[in-house]
Write a protein that binds this ligand. Structure first.
Ligand SMILES: CC(C)(COP(=O)(O)OP(=O)(O)OC[C@H]1O[C@@H](n2cnc3c(N)ncnc32)[C@H](O)[C@@H]1OP(=O)(O)O)[C@@H](O)C(=O)NCCC(=O)NCCS
Length: 187
């Protein structure tokens, strides 16, 4: 992890959350509730209080070695988003999720974060594939795996969980060998 470049951006840093990041994360989420509402089911529980946010982040930090790996996206001290490597598609795969703060989209942050997390996944023993899933109505989200060379592998119906969702989920995948074969082209 560390600094990764994103086109036309200030330097973006993708790193694991630390307890001291909670106030900056809290501000970023509170700033972004209506922006995230169409696509992120968990936003229905917002606004959380600061203490609830602390507990949430403590859980993320605790899960790093054995489960999900949640990272903050930072430009300086400012939280511009969150991205995670989720342990929910079986022992040989990881799924990437992401959101970017309101007003910070369109700067390549989600793509840069997903690139960093895919690198991370394929340095973990036993991980053979990485997937990104999104509702087909979420066109911006689908641009991220497309730009990184993931392949769309299937579309599956699902019960919409957030107001913007259509009920069809698209799954994109990249395998380890293919990722490293074209990784140098991705910057
Ligand atoms: C989806 C999301 C994470 C993308 O973050 P981002 O930092 O703007 O992503 P990037 O800048 O790396 O790439 C976004 C791409 O989507 C495109 N895009 C943005 N809005 C779009 C729209 N309404 N229709 C079509 N394309 C769109 C951008 O042009 C860009 O593609 P390009 O580089 O080919 O021009 C951000 O929009 C977001 O946080 N959305 C709400 C939460 C969410 O949907 N999370 C994903 C759930 S699956």
């Amino acid at each position: 992890m560390g600094a990764v470049s994103a086109p036309a951006t200030q330097q973006l840093v993708v790193r694991r959350w630390e307890p001291d990041d909670v106030p900056a994360l809290h501000e970023a989420v509170l700033d972004s509730i209506e922006h995230l509402r169409p696509w992120m089911p968990w936003i229905a529980k917002e606004p959380l209080g600061l203490e609830e946010r602390r507990q949430l982040v403590a859980g993320w930090i605790a899960s790093w070695e054995t489960g999900d790996r949640l990272c903050g996206l930072f430009v300086g001290d400012r939280v511009v988003g969150c991205a995670g490597l989720h342990d929910r598609i079986g022992p040989t795969g990881r799924e990437i999720g992401y959101w970017v703060r309101a007003g910070e989209t369109g700067r390549g942050y989600a793509t840069a974060a997903a690139r960093t997390l895919t690198d991370m996944a394929f340095t973990m023993p036993g991980i053979a594939r990485v997937e990104i899933q999104h509702d087909v109505a979420n066109v911006a989200s689908g641009r991220v795996p497309a730009k990184l060379g993931f392949t769309p592998v299937r579309e599956v119906p699902h019960v919409p969980e957030a107001p913007g969702e259509s009920g069809i989920r698209r799954v994109w995948r990249v395998e380890r060998d293919r990722w490293w074969a074209r990784r140098a082209d991705l910057g």
